[in-house]
Design a protein around this ligand. Sequence first.
Ligand code: SF4
Length: 229
Amino acid sequence: MNIGALQKFSLIEYPGKICAIVFTQGCNFRCPYCHNRELVDPEAYGPTITESDVFSFLEKRKKKLDAVTVTGGEPTLQPDIFSFLEKLKAMDYLTKVDSNGSRPDVLKKLIDSRLVDYIALDVKAPLSRYREITRSGIREEDIRESIECVMSSGVDYEFRTTVVPSLLSPDDLTDIARTVSGARRLALQRFVPSKTLDPAFLNEKNYPEETFASIADDIRSFVSDVIVR
Ligand code: SF4
């Protein structure tokens, strides 16, 4: 895989587990608020880390880490994600994959091959606004298929939405919740404008806390476990 970065330790990335995080290089979306330009824009790519360096680190940490999260960029674009996860499973690591949902075929194969223990799937926009918000040519039906595939998988999962007020109104968030109605969990993530793919988003302000609370209350009729983080 093209690995752009390795975070050696996280207590928050995999619910209830201690994990390392592998960041793959390359993404087919161009979300303007993205924090990871160096994993998304080929002109900003840094040097890659070899798989053997990652595995030798993981070998040494086997007793201290429970899990490995593979995120991006977009990990499902990596043709060798299957062999990478197979190696992690052979080392008895729990595996989490974060995805933007653009490759339902890959998600399905990962699930069917039992290579993934937890999926975090971004639901970035109402389906009808996906192309606009992700600045990509994604097809609505691919996102819908990914959502259905994850919900019916039996694998532990969460959906998550980065809430950027100038892009997503409270009605849009209700629309997203309706799309994932019956899901186990929807995490509304506050946007942190530290660095962004589109510099125009650096001045973006979050909704006030009371607005977040009221949005979360409204959408609990579709998803019982709504968290704001
Ligand atoms: S935020 Fe968007 S552009 Fe950035 S890595 Fe995720 S899907 Fe790709």
